[in-house]
Ligand binder design. Sequence first.
Ligand code: NCD
Ligand code: ZN
Length: 358
Amino acid sequence: MAVSSLTIPKPDDWHLHLRDGSLLKAVIPFTARHFARAIIMPNLTPPIVTSDQAKAYRERIRQALPEGMTFTPLMTAYLTDTTQPDDLKRGFEEGIFVAAKLYPAGSTTNAENGVTDVQAIAPLLETLQRIGMPLLIHGEIATPDVDFFDRETVFIDRVLIPLRRGFPELKIVLEHITTRHAVQYVASESQNSELAATITPHHLLLNRNALFKGGIRPHHFCLPVLKRETDRLSLIEAATSGAPMFFVGTDSAPHLRTTKESAQGAGGIFSAPTALSIYAEIFEKAGALEKLEAFLCLNGPLFYGLPLNAGSLTFEKEEPEALKPILTEENVEIIPFLPFMSESNSGLSWRVKEKEPL
Ligand code: NCD
Ligand code: ZN
């Protein structure tokens, strides 16, 4: 008999954009309702570079949390060419920073201040390795010679493999992986618990045809961009394997509707309201619901050396429902992924009951 209710420990989101100001206020309830903790991306304008900036941002996140909701933001440092190793170390030791984020310059939204030459930040990497602070990597090369769809593959071969040779004990998360190549590389290093990868709901659900279905689809545009069906199938295999080096990271990245529906639309998919339902649906279709707990709740804390969450979260099957746009205080719309869950789903869908206790 098909399962219609499912209870797991409270999950975490190991890759999340919460933004700031009124956008932060509009989106934070959707994450806090479902997840106990999240790794918060630092690509604000200006970016969160120093431990003082991260501390102040963490406070703004806490202030934006609706009354009665519990949620723990885990802060990251945006690495630049001039980041000071001492500040990273202090921030990590004081419990402000949980990890450091490497954006190759120009690789994605607000990555202009990212690192221009990974070799030139060797002292930073050496510090991270020494103090056991994880390095989270946006794994794309954004130079004009590299085809847009090859950015991740070329990054792994040209940058990541040499980097790991130089710093074999550095804890690394290759974030939001999108290709079979990435899956195979991470899986092939499984003897080494220093390397892990996160996988988003949208890369599990869609391939790149979705970008053009019936016309250009800005709400399916994210970075790294969607890839081939063969890549998607590899990602599903990795996520549903239960292997400890693959875990959840929604990469929920809200942009205003006007910023996405534009001649130069921004990359980023706002999936916080639906991410858990999509993961559950994918795992069920793969016949691997029993592996959902490892992917959502166990593998991430294990990698980060953090305790498992107390409390649980229950999914139930319900009729799919059209999602409405979210509104900011200024009445500007943000379109959640997918606007219509039924686009992905012809039957019943897994709906999250609020996590317990609130
Ligand atoms: C993210 C954003 O909008 O900040 N965009 C995205 O497409 N995922 C940046 C990122 O994580 O690459
Ligand atoms: Zn992201």
